[in-house]
Design a protein around this ligand. Structure first.
Ligand code: HEM
Length: 507
């Protein structure tokens, strides 16, 4: 008979053996990934997480990519082996040729599922194929063309607000403005209109859905980055009733209620034959109703979940992209002037409402947009997990390995972009030698393949309209000594919110 003492000793030995295997032997002596080149770990049990905590996101990853190449290993917390890819061939392998064998990792889904539900961003395999097929017609060229003038509306509201702020200021010439916060509200209003023909009034008022959305995705009262990292390892932490978790739960209830109301209203209008408009939800409901096979159709809940998905995927991304563009332009006044000259040539009236063809004919605006998303891609990384064993560049990658498609490292590799890779140089996009070597696998702010951003054309047009109206009407200058860092939340945000000196462009 084994006594209690022996049982305790035995249990401790088994646990110690398991932990030694899991935390030390497997990652460094047994895992096939150990054969890949990669950086040494930072500290016992921490893998390379200290580098992530100490340095700005993207900095260590670029250094590793420059040193160890397009396929490398690194270690997560508790030494979990991971891989990073920046080799275009491997990016094609993961995002196109084997896209459904590399789904998103469960922790990412668990973080977003309570708010987004099973919308396009979070579903996998056949469900994703079906949803994507049904949603694609909502993003037709004709629909996007119609969105261009709509994007100008929130910007002209914003213009009025800023002019009023300037006029109310004592010298009326130049004031400091929190660009990030205004961009966030303006893009929320824009996505409400083109997404669901819904006035969120984030810039001017108080709307239930806008407030709930901000509560769920805003940066105020959010837990520390370390808490978020730890909740990925210990999901139960998401249920601890701290304020941030309670806010998220409260917000998702409101979002569910309002978005379901929107779906029901449209479905009822459709039944009465009164469904009108070209917003994304209306287009989606029209396509859905045309499906003869009931199994292909989206349920009301699926439709509702697309609302939150479009809001979340389409709002923050465009708002941070515009904010970073203003940041670069406020530091490079010569580039800002060149851009303004081009915009004024095409849109002499400061109250202009752009059309699709003209806005897309602005070559330098296009360069500024591409260069901003090269240096600061709003989504700087695509995370995937190998759902089965695979071979990459001759190395065995075991099932369950987390794969980082490191967009920002790709966008800054000096071997591809040249010695000025880290500099903001929009004119590089006018160089034909760059455009000939460019592909969807070395410049990918919207990722690539069947899981690339479905809203990329919407985003590009919105970004162009926003920047054109802003630069046509205002001058931006950096605030001396105002330091801003990039913080990876769901997108790559400025921390603290970016502020600039803003003054009016003379008529
Ligand atoms: C500058 C703005 C934007 C950027 C940089 C961006 C970037 C991305 C990226 C990188 C992904 C892939 C994420 C992944 O799979 O890991 C993605 C997916 C997605 N984006 Fe965007 N996005 C932007 C704007 C928009 C807009 C305006 C919309 C909607 C109107 C939108 C809707 C979506 C949706 C629904 C997905 C999921 C697609 C799928 O999995 O099939 N995005 N976006």
């Amino acid at each position: 008979m084994i006594d209690l003492y022996e049982l305790v000793i035995l249990s401790c030995t088994v646990i110690a053996g398991y932990l030694t295997y899991k935390l030390y032997l497997y990652p460094f002596y047994l895992s096939p990934i150990r054969k890949l080149p990669g950086p040494p770990t930072d500290a016992p049990l921490m893998g390379n997480t200290l580098s992530f905590l100490k340095e700005e996101f993207g900095v260590p990853q670029l250094r590793w990519a420059e040193k160890y190449g397009g396929l490398l290993r690194f270690h997560g917390f508790l030494n979990v082996p991971r891989i990073q890819i920046t080799d275009p061939k491997l990016i094609q392998h993961v995002t196109v040729n084997n896209v459904y064998e590399y789904p998103k990792p469960p922790f990412l889904i668990a973080n977003l599922l309570p708010i987004l539900g099973k919308g396009l961003l979070l579903v996998e395999g056949d469900v994703h194929k079906r949803q994507r097929k049904l949603m694609t017609p909502a993003f037709t060229f004709a629909n996007i063309k119609g969105m261009v003038p709509i994007f100008a509306k929130p910007l002209h509201t914003l213009k009025k607000i800023w002019i009023e702020l300037l006029e109310n200021h004592k010298d009326g010439k130049e004031i400091q403005i929190d660009i990030m916060s205004f961009m966030s509200k303006a893009t929320l209003d824009a996505i409400g209109m083109i997404g669901f023909n819904y006035q969120l009034n984030a810039l001017t008022g108080n709307d239930e859905l806008a407030n709930a959305y901000t509560m769920a995705f805003g940066t105020e009262n959010k837990p520390h980055a370390l808490y978020i990292i730890l909740s990925n390892y210990f999901p139960i932490m998401r249920n601890i009733p701290i304020k941030a978790n309670r806010d998220t739960q409260r917000a998702s209830k409101i979002v569910d209620k309002v978005s379901m109301r929107l779906v029901k209203e449209r479905q009822e209008a459709a039944i009465k034959g009164e469904l009108e408009g070209n917003d994304l939800l209306t287009s989606l409901i029209k396509v859905n109703l045309q499906q003869s096979n009931e199994e292909e159709k989206m349920s009301d809940i699926e439709l509702q979940q697309q609302i939150m998905t479009i809001l979340a995927a389409g709002h923050e991304t465009t708002s941070v992209a515009t904010t970073w563009a203003i940041w670069f332009l406020s530091k490079h006044l010569d580039i800002q002037d060149t851009l303004r000259k081009e915009i004024i040539e095409h849109f002499p009236d400061s109250d202009f409402v752009p059309d699709f063809d003209t806005i897309n004919s602005l070559e330098y605006l296009n360069c500024v947009i591409k260069e901003t998303m090269r240096l600061v891609p709003p989504v700087p990384i695509g995370l995937r997990i190998a759902s089965k064993d695979d071979i990459l560049n001759g190395y065995l990658i075991p099932k369950g390995t987390r794969v980082s498609i490191n967009i920002v490292a790709m966008h800054r590799l000096s071997s591809f972009w040249g010695p000025d890779a880290e500099k903001f140089v929009p004119s590089r996009w006018l160089d034909p030698t760059l455009t000939t070597k460019l592909s969807n696998f070395n410049y990918l702010p919207f990722l690539t393949g069947p899981r690339s951003c479905i809203g990329n054309k919407v985003a590009l047009n919105e970004f162009k309209v926003f920047l054109a109206v802003l630069i046509r009407n205002f001058k931006f200058r950096e605030i001396e000594g105002f330091a801003v860092k990039k913080e990876l939340r769901i997108t790559w945000r400025p921390k603290p919110n970016l502020k600039c000196w803003v003054s009016r462009v003379k008529e």
